[in-house]
Ligand binder design. Structure first.
Ligand code: 5RP
Length: 233
């Protein structure tokens, strides 16, 4: 089965199993999470779901909500009040304890805000995202303020990481995040303690957020090539 079909299977399965009418719902970013948004929109259109209050985690998911007729709210809106019933999102790497790397789509800052503001958290992914150790294959994105580009990179190299400024595609220069920041993608040549690093990396001056998600253990919907959707808690 093609990877795109796996992503669609995982996204649709999680939306159908987990989303209930009246939920305050965080909606993630990326090519897998988009299938969650689409399925929620379809279920609303056919009358199986109602009263959804959505908090999209990026421009991409906000535009998808608009397309599929899902009403969107700010996290600070009085209807949402800073807490969500459920967030469903994608991930770049998932370890055996369901700890994650996220931010391949550059939306880690709001994705983490949504994850940690949610009573329940679910991840949708195809099986290629499963790894033994986080951070040695897929790089960990670090969002930094532009002024910290060199100092934060130096601090990250001191921890043993190789550091790459994320370059934009079809725009000259670096990626600028939705909050006006830069992304440093870092890769460790050795296994790391992701839970300790999630805290430590944010202590580097100028770092806004990092892509380790270790303090909330999601339920993970994993689409396998044989058509099975594994639900891993
Ligand atoms: C965006 C993310 C995405 O959820 C992650 O990159 C997975 O994306 P995809 O489903 O396209 O593989 O964290 O910031």
């Amino acid at each position: 089965m093609e990877q795109q079909a796996l992503k669609e299977n995982a996204g649709r399965a999680a939306a159908e199993a987990l989303v209930k009418s009246g939920m305050k719902l965080g909606l993630g970013t990326g090519s897998t999470a988009i299938h969650v948004i689409r399925r929620v929109g379809e279920l609303m259109a056919e009358g199986s779901l109602s009263g959804i209050l959505a908090f999209p985690t990026s421009f991409q998911s906000s535009i998808a909500c608009e397309k599929w007729g899902i009403p969107v709210y700010a996290l600070n809106a009085k209807e949402i009040g800073g807490s969500l019933d459920l967030t469903i999102d994608g991930a770049d790497e998932i370890d055996p304890e369901n700890r994650l790397i996220k931010g391949g789509g550059g939306a880690l800052l709001i994705e983490k805000l949504a994850a940690y503001a949610s009573a329940a958290y679910a991840i949708v992914a195809d099986e290629s995202k499963l790894v033994e150790n986080l951070g040695t294959a897929f790089p960990v994105p670090i969002e930094v303020i532009p002024e910290a580009r060199i100092t934060a990179a130096a601090a990250l190299e001191k921890l043993g990481a190789a550091v790459f400024l994320r370059e934009a595609v079809r725009k000259a220069g670096p990626v600028i995040t939705e909050h006006g920041n830069l992304l440093l993608d870092i890769r460790f040549p050795f296994p790391v303690d992701s839970a300790a690093l999630e805290t430590e990396l944010n202590g580097i001056p100028g770092v806004v957020e990092n892509g380790f998600f270790t303090r909330i253990r999601p339920v993970v919907y994993i689409a396998h090539t044989d058509g099975i959707i594994e639900v891993r808690k």
